[in-house]
Design a binder for this molecule. Structure first.
Ligand code: GRF
Length: 218
């Protein structure tokens, strides 16, 4: 059973997709051991509390980045976390953090990396006038939004899209693929070769399986 440590900063809909995938019996290979946020009022912490998942706020303001990271490392080790999942975590982590969990940190980004890294993926994509954007799930390495890509999903950008409408359309695919990426990792089905990630078995996404459940066979 893989112990997950989920790092959050906001609404927590990506966290919710992991919770739902476990509750629904899709993700049987992992459990969420702890949720950590740098924002005391992150609704993601409330989502964790509703499922009796340890939800921990760590202050980051007015303190060295390394001290904050050391506190996170201490909590993640206390809960024996095997895989760190950044689900809307809006902080850059230090080299110390990355090397402590080398190869065991995944991040989800709301753009098609390497395009539009950073904290404004949707805004940057819209400002650039791209015709497609999407989401990327990748391993973290020592540079921001740079590590080997596990999976991506492209979404058409519409003429009248706003950050809100585009993000809502992309989040649907984030919620489908994040539980799948975790499942594949837990099953040892992700093999990293240099910059490439080889997926060694084909499995349906979480929302795909939910959709299938509602398909009435004639
Ligand atoms: C997602 O769009 C994710 O790609 C980005 O931050 C957003 C988090 O949304 N990193 P939520 O807090 O999980 O709803």
């Amino acid at each position: 059973m893989l112990n997950l440590g989920v790092l959050v900063s906001g609404k927590g809909s990506d966290l919710q997709s992991i919770i739902d995938s476990i509750e629904s019996g899709y993700l049987t290979e992992a459990k969420i051991a702890v949720v950590i946020s740098n924002k005391a009022d992150a609704f993601a912490l409330e989502r964790a509390r509703r499922y009796d998942i340890p939800a921990i706020f760590i202050e980051f303001r007015k303190r060295p980045r390394l001290d904050f990271d050391k506190d996170m490392i201490e909590v993640l080790k206390k809960y024996k976390v095997d895989l760190v999942v950044m689900a809307g975590f809006m902080r850059l982590v230090t080299q110390e953090f990355v090397s402590t969990f080398k190869g065991r940190i995944i991040n989800i980004h709301p753009a098609l990396l390497p395009s539009f890294p950073g904290t404004h993926g949707h805004r940057d994509a819209l400002n650039w006038g791209v015709k497609v954007s999407g989401c990327t799930i990748h391993f973290l390495d020592e540079q921001m939004d740079h590590g080997p890509i596990i999976m991506q999903h492209a979404v058409e950008v519409k003429e009248d899209d706003t950050e809100e409408t585009l993000s809502q359309r992309i989040l649907v695919h984030e919620h489908n693929l994040l539980p799948l990426a975790i499942k594949l990792y837990a099953r040892g089905s992700l093999e990293v070769k240099d910059r490439k990630v080889i997926i060694k078995e084909q499995l349906p996404g979480f929302m795909d399986t939910q959709a299938l459940k509602h398909v009435r066979t004639s």
